[in-house]
Design a protein. Structure first.
Length: 268
């Protein structure tokens, strides 16, 4: 029986994705092989630079501790990113409808991005305690600005002819926003979403450094204090995989929300 056209297109897209991933996979394998070979030939101590094989083995042996510390970090990441998304969306609407709000708030938001996280994180923990809230707030602080800028830029990219057509039909400002400005912002929004999600896990781990009972940040800190770089790097690998999974999730959501606009990779 001949496969249906949608199935054929999905298989073709999967083959294309695998083909695009081959160079990155080969580069990663070469890097890891060179790392392993250097450690074996140089005789460097594992307490200074562990081999990739040792990192994998020790990570597997300590998988229960890694998994139990991953969940708090994931919770802080998701909670902070959800707060960031809601705050950026509401702020962008206010700035789009009320230009004076944009003039008043945008400089403040820009200034918030100049605050060094290493200085502000202990203060947030001091003010809000060692629970989930300070970590959520710090993740939101790190991630909301790219989302806000992307949404504002997306609103401004609205086709002027479409806006004028709706205006000539006596559409309200909110209706113009909903039918024209908001859909025009979607490509920009998802670009900002991908940028922000890569910062979210790092922000959560850094917040845990400042004060937490559990999490990958605390795990890394304890492993560093015990002179276990293999466990430090194992936790780093877990955080990297977590970030890649969240990044891939944003791509899936974009394709579900915007099926009419293929990604740049699929057009090439």
């Amino acid at each position: 029986m001949t496969p249906s056209p949608p199935l054929v297109s999905r298989l073709a897209a999967l083959r294309a994705a695998l083909y695009r991933g081959i160079p990155a996979l080969l580069a990663g394998c070469v890097f890891l092989a060179a790392w392993e070979l250097y450690v074996d030939l140089s005789g460097i101590k594992p307490s200074i630079l562990p081999a990739p094989s040792r990192i994998v083995i020790q990570g597997w042996l300590n998988r229960e501790a890694l998994i139990s510390n991953t969940w708090p970090t994931l919770g802080a990441t998701v909670g902070g990113f959800a707060l960031s998304l809601a705050f950026a969306f509401v702020s962008s609407i206010l700035m789009d409808f009320m230009p004076f709000m944009r003039r008043a708030l945008l400089p403040i938001f820009i200034a918030s991005q100049t605050l060094p996280l290493v200085a502000i994180a202990p203060l947030v923990v001091l003010w809000f305690g060692f629970g989930l809230l300070p970590k959520v707030l710090l993740v939101a602080l790190v991630t909301f600005f790219p989302l806000l800028v992307a949404l504002l830029q997306g609103y401004e990219s609205t086709d002027r002819d479409i806006a004028e057509l709706l205006n000539s039909m006596k559409a309200s400002r909110w209706r113009i926003f909903r039918l024209a400005r908001l859909p025009s912002s979607l490509p920009y929004f998802f670009a900002g979403l991908r940028i922000s999600i890569t910062y979210a896990v790092v922000g959560a781990i850094f917040a845990e450094y400042a004060g937490a009972a559990r999490g990958l940040g605390i795990y890394i800190l304890n492993a560093k204090n015990n002179f276990r770089p293999d466990l430090v790097l194992a936790a780093v690998v877990v955080s990297a995989v977590l970030t890649l999974c969240l990044f891939g999730l944003t791509l899936m959501i974009q394709r579900l929300v915007m099926p009419w606009q293929p990604s740049g990779e699929r057009r090439r």
